[in-house]
Design a protein. Structure first.
Length: 220
């Protein structure tokens, strides 16, 4: 999930950055209206805007977002009263959350807004591989919430298996595909090493990559 966070309080910004990235989100941050407007051209799943900013308000940023598209917006504010709630909604907000708030509540609101607006969350873009979750959007693999660190080549090999799940891939097919995506020379012996390392990282007592004797490999 790609998020634009506009928050001028450095402690809140850093806390949200750590929490959201730990959830697998990709984050761009800004501390002012001017900074935020320079980042709006990027494609975001959702924007989280503080209301009070040093050179204006989150409403100014929201207006610019609305001129460029329909990206969902959640406002953050220290004011929890009816007037500010109405102002936020009238200025294009999809939701509104008052500080202080729990991270779990913010994540729940983000997912609720994305569902209402027809957007997919990263949890809907996860692919199960054994006991692992492959987050295609983030390009990362997790097991029980902990990232499984793969090298670039290991991840590319995993994606080849995922894109051909259930099919037996010969060693020649794997070598050809790895060459295509990486532009690096991979020998038959090196492929054996990559498959072995990928198995070691993904298999947690369960078979993930099956060897089909005499034919090649298959992702279960």
């Amino acid at each position: 999930m790609k998020i634009l966070l506009v928050e001028d309080d450095p402690m809140i910004q850093e806390g949200l950055k750590l929490s959201l990235t730990s959830e697998g989100c990709e984050l761009r941050t800004a501390s002012s209206v001017e900074e935020a407007k320079k980042l709006i051209n990027d494609d975001y799943d959702i924007c989280i805007l503080d209301v009070m900013l040093p050179d204006g308000t989150g409403y100014d940023v929201c207006a610019e977002i609305r001129r460029k598209g329909d990206t969902p917006v959640i406002f953050l504010t220290a004011c929890d009263d009816e007037l500010h709630t109405v102002l936020a909604l009238e200025n294009g907000a999809d939701d509104y959350i008052a500080k202080p708030f729990r991270m779990r509540e913010l994540m729940a609101r983000i997912k609720a807004v994305l569902r209402r607006t027809g957007k997919k969350t990263d949890s809907e873009e996860l692919i199960k591989v054994g006991s692992n979750d492959v987050n295609i959007r983030a390009g990362k693999v997790f097991r029980n919430g902990t990232e499984v660190i793969l090298t670039a080549m290991e991840y590319k090999l995993l994606m080849i298996f995922i894109n051909n799940r259930g099919a037996v891939l010969s060693r020649q097919q794997l070598l050809h595909n790895i060459w295509d995506v990486a532009g690096d020379y991979v020998t038959d012996n090196t492929l054996t090493v990559y498959v072995k390392r990928l198995r070691e990282k993904l298999e947690n007592g369960d078979e993930v990559i099956q060897t089909v004797r005499g034919l090649g490999y298959r992702l279960i």
